[in-house]
Design a protein around this ligand. Structure first.
Ligand SMILES: Cc1cc2nc3c(=O)[nH]c(=O)nc-3n(C[C@H](O)[C@H](O)[C@H](O)COP(=O)(O)OP(=O)(O)OC[C@H]3O[C@@H](n4cnc5c(N)ncnc54)[C@H](O)[C@@H]3O)c2cc1C
Length: 433
C-alpha cells in the first residue's frame, strides 16, 4: 500500500491526480491481493476506484479513496484453440504483440496504452468490429473480485447474470482480475488512410456510407474530419483496415478511392499489432465531446451532422462504421445494447483551457440538435458522468436489469467510481453464496 509521502506514491501521483488525490494506491500482484484490498476498503469505508490502462474518459474523482491499480496483473497467456487469458491490467499494445506471435488477434481499440479493463467492460470498438464485433463479444469468461471479497468466475453458465452485466456494465460489479477471450486468426492487414479535400462533406459522407453498405465485413473504416491545425489545411481522412486477403485490398478499396476529392493515399501491409498507435494527448484545452449511435446513417442524419459540426469552430468529427457482427448479437444478450447501430458518431471541440461554462454549454446545446437522429451514448467515449449520462448509455430495460444485478452483487455500491448503476431496491437474489 502506498500513502502520500511514500516515494513510490509520489512517483505515481501525477497519474492519479486526475481522479482526485487518493489516500492509498494499491498495486496488488494477485487476485487474493485485490480481494484483501477490497475488504480493507469496505471495512474502512474508503471509496474504491479501479485502474487498468488509466485512459478512462470520465475522470471519476476519488479523493481520499483507494485506487486499485492492476498494473502488476498483466500476463497474456495463449492456450488451446485460441483461448487467451489476460490479466486485468494489461494494455492492448502488449496484448496485440503477444497474440500476433501466435497468428492471433482480438478486435480492441486503436491505441496501444488503453487497458483491457476499461475498454472491454464498456464495449471495445476496434479495427475488426465489423468482422468480430466488440471486444466484449469475444469475451468468454472473467475472474472477478466481488464487493464482499469473494473471487468468482463468471461465464455464460456460472454467474451468468454477472457475466451479462460485465459485458457493457463497466466497473460496477467488481474488479476483473483476469479476462478470458476467444482470439481470432489474423495475419497481415492492409492499413492506412485516404485523404480528401472537403468541398462537400455531406456528399463525401453519403458516398462513403454507400460504399460501406456493400463492402465485405473484413473492410473496416473510420472517417476523420479535421479542422485546420497550424499549417495543415482542413481535410477528411478515411482510415482503412482490411483484414481479408491482402491481394484483394486494391479491389476492395477502389470504390473508396473513387470518391470525389482524393488528394493522397497511404496504405500498406502491416502486422495488426503495428496498426495500434499512441496519439498525443492534447494539452492546454478543454475538450467538449458528443457521441451517439445512429441505426440508419441516412441523408437527413448526414446533413444534420455536417450542420452541427459547422456551428462549432475547430471541431473534430469521427464516424466509425459498425454494420456487421455487432448487429447479429441480440440487444438483450449483453449489457451493451446498441446492437442495431450502423455508425458511432463522435464530435469533439477544443476550447481554451479556461473556457467559460456558457461557452461549453453553447457547444453542447448546438450538438444536442443531433439527438433527434441518434440514440444512446458509448460509455467509453463519454467524458461526462452522472445519472443523466448513465441513462443515456443504457436503454431503460438494460438499466433496470443492470440495477438488479448490481443489487445482487454490490448492494452497498462499493464500486461507484464509474458510470454508476445504482442498486435496485428490494430483495437480494443471494448470489452463489
Ligand atoms: C487515446 C484513446 C483512444 C481510444 N480508442 C478507443 C477505441 O479505439 N475504441 C474504443 O472502444 N475505445 C477507445 N477509447 C476509450 C477507452 O475504451 C476508454 O477510455 C476505456 O475506459 C479505457 O480503459 P482503461 O482500462 O485504459 O482505463 P481505466 O481508466 O483504467 O479504466 C476505466 C474504468 O473502467 C473500470 N475498470 C477498468 N479496469 C477494470 C477492471 N479490471 N475491473 C473492473 N473495473 C475496471 C473502472 O471503472 C475505470 O474507472 C480510447 C481512449 C483513449 C484515451
Amino acid at each position: 500500500m502506498l500513502r502520500p509521502g511514500d516515494d513510490e506514491y509520489e512517483r505515481l501521483r501525477p497519474d492519479y491526480m486526475v481522479a482526485g488525490e487518493p489516500a492509498l494506491i494499491v498495486r496488488p500482484s494477485s487476485p487474493e491481493g485485490v480481494a484483501e484490498t477490497v475488504r480493507y476498503a469496505a471495512e474502512h469505508g474508503l471509496p474504491i476506484s479501479v485502474r487498468s490502462g488509466g485512459h478512462g474518459a470520465a475522470a471519476f474523482a476519488n479523493p481520499g479513496g483507494v485506487v486499485i491499480d492492476l498494473a502488476r496483473l498483466r500476463d497474456v497467456a495463449v492456450g488451446e484453440a485460441g483461448l487467451v487469458r489476460i490479466g486485468g491490467g494489461a494494455t492492448w499494445g502488449e496484448i496485440a504483440a503477444a497474440l500476433g506471435r501466435h497468428g492471433l488477434a482480438l478486435s480492441s481499440g486503436d491505441t496501444r496504452s488503453v487497458g483491457v479493463g476499461g475498454l472491454t467492460l464498456g464495449g471495445g470498438i476496434g479495427w475488426m468490429v465489423r468482422q468480430y464485433g466488440l471486444a466484449l463479444d469475444s469475451l468468454v469468461g472473467a475472474q472477478v473480485v466481488l464487493a464482499d471479497g469473494r473471487i468468482v468466475r463468471a461465464t455464460a453458465s456460472d454467474h451468468a447474470d454477472l457475466f451479462w452485466a460485465l459485458r457493457g456494465g463497466g466497473g460496477n460489479f467488481g474488479v476483473v482480475t483476469e479476462f478470458t477471450f476467444q482470439a481470432h486468426p489474423v495475419g497481415e492487414v492492409v492499413f492506412g488512410a485516404l485523404t480528401f479535400g472537403v468541398d462537400d462533406l455531406p456528399g463525401l459522407l453519403r458516398g462513403w456510407r454507400d460504399v460501406m453498405r456493400g463492402a465485405p465485413e473484413e473492410l473496416n473504416t473510420t472517417v476523420l474530419a479535421m479542422p485546420p491545425f497550424g499549417d495543415q489545411p482542413p481535410g477528411v481522412q478515411i482510415l482503412v483496415c482490411w483484414t481479408g486477403d491482402p491481394e484483394q485490398a486494391d479491389e476492395v478499396v477502389a470504390p473508396l478511392r473513387a470518391l470525389p476529392g482524393l488528394r493522397d493515399e497511404q496504405l500498406a501491409r502491416t502486422a495488426y499489432a503495428d496498426v495500434l498507435e499512441e496519439p498525443e494527448k492534447p494539452e492546454g484545452v478543454t475538450i467538449v465531446d458528443y457521441n451517439s449511435f445512429a441505426a440508419d446513417f441516412d441523408d437527413r442524419t448526414i446533413d444534420a451532422l455536417a450542420a452541427a459540426r459547422e456551428q462549432v469552430d475547430a471541431s473534430v468529427l469521427m464516424i466509425r462504421y459498425l454494420r456487421g457482427a455487432l448487429n447479429r448479437v441480440p440487444a438483450s444478450e449483453t449489457a451493451f445494447a446498441h446492437r442495431d447501430s450502423e455508425v458511432l458518431l463522435i464530435l469533439a471541440a477544443f476550447l481554451p483551457v479556461d473556457a467559460a461554462p456558457e461557452d461549453v454549454a453553447t457547444v453542447r446545446r448546438r450538438w444536442s440538435a443531433l439527438d433527434e437522429y441518434t440514440r444512446g451514448m458509448y460509455s467509453n467515449f463519454s467524458m461526462l458522468a452522472g445519472e443523466e449520462t448513465t441513462a443515456r448509455i443504457y436503454p431503460p430495460d438494460t438499466l433496470a436489469r443492470l440495477r438488479e444485478v448490481k443489487r445482487d452483487y454490490d448492494p452497498g455500491n462499493l464500486f461507484a467510481r464509474n458510470h454508476n448503476v445504482r442498486p435496485a431496491e428490494g430483495v437480494l437474489a443471494g448470489v452463489g453464496a
